[in-house]
Design a protein around this ligand. Sequence first.
Ligand SMILES: [Zn+2]
Length: 373
Amino acid sequence: MSMTELIEVTRRYGGNPDYVLAGGGNTSLKQKGVMYVKASGTTMGEIDETGFVQMDQARLDRLWTVDYPVDQEEREERALEDLMKARLEGETARPSVETLLHCFVPFKYVVHTHPAMVNGMTCSRRGQAWAEKELGDRVLWIPVVNPGYILAKYVKDRVDERLAAGKKFPDFIMLQNHGVFTGGDTIEDVDQRYQFLMGKLEESILITPDMAEEPVDMTVSDVLKSAVQKAYGKDAGFEFMNIRQCRDWLKSPEDAALVFTALTPDHIVYMGHEPLWIPEGDDEAMTESLVQGVGAYEAKYGKKPKTLLVQNQGIVSCGVNSKEASLSGILFRDAVKVAVLSENFGGIQFMPQDKIDFINTWEVEKYRAQKSI
Ligand SMILES: [Zn+2]
C-alpha cells in the first residue's frame, strides 16, 4: 500500500534529527491523479494518515498557466487561494508551504528535508560549485528565492529549461540556504538517493562541530530565568545551554558572527532571524539589559527574540511557553552545526537580508510558527 509506505518513509526521515527538525520538511505521494502532501505545521516523525492533505493534481497543474499579479503580496495571496481550492472536497487542513514544489516532480514519492549536513553545503560560499562538481547533471541548484508560489515557479521554469535541452529531471533539487528535494518511484529509490548524497558530503567533510554541552552557572541561570519571566510573562519557556563549540563565539557580538543572522527559513521561523546580545554584568545589570533589550527588539522587529547570547556564559532559548523555547534551542544547535560544516565548503553564506525580511512578514510562515507552539 502506497499510503502505508508514505507514512513509513515520512516517519523514518522525520524521526531522524540528522534530516528533519521541528515541523520542518515534508513528503508527498502521487497516485491516480491525487497528490497526498503533508499538512502545514504537522510533524513528520509522528505523522499518520490524517497528517496528509489530498490534492487534485489536475487543478495543481493548471496553476502554472494562471497569470498572477506582479505585486508580491497579491500574487502570493491569489496563488494560496488557488492552492486551497485544489484540495479534494472535504479537506480542511492547510497543505504544506512547499506543496507547489512537489506537484511537478515526476517521482511517485518526494521527500524534502533540511539535514544539517546538506545545509552546511547549501549555506556556504562554494556549495553550488561543490554540488555541480560532485553531483553533475543529477543536481539542479536553486539560488535563494522568496518562498511560496514564486519559488515553485522559478524551480519549475529551470526544470523545464533542462528538459527542453534534452536532459533528465534532476535527482536532487538543491535549494540554497534551505535544503534538498529528492524522491523516487519506490522507497528504495528515495533511500538510495539520500545515501548517495550523504556519502558524497561525508567524503568532503573534515571539519565537524563540537556539540558537547558543558554545565551552566546556576546562579546566572536563575537570574536570567527570572528576567526572561519578566520580559515574556510567567508562562515563559526558558532553556540555558553552554555548547563547547560556542565558547569562543560568546566573547563579543563580532565573535558570534556565525550565529548572528539567519541561515534558512526554518531558523528564522523557530529561533528568530537574529539573536539578542546580553553583555556580562552583575545580576541587576544583566536583568536590566535583558528586559530592556527584549523591549527594544520588539519595538524594532515587531516580535520578541527567541535566542539570547549571554556574553561568556551561554545561550538562552526562550519564548512564550516551553515548547517555543525548546524548538528555538533545537534550531539553534542546528545553526551551530550548519555554520561549522559550512567551513568545509568555503565558509558561511547567510540568507540575503531582503529574503529574511520577506519570511519575517510572510503570513504563511506566521501560520506555521503559530501552529507549532
Ligand atoms: Zn523546506
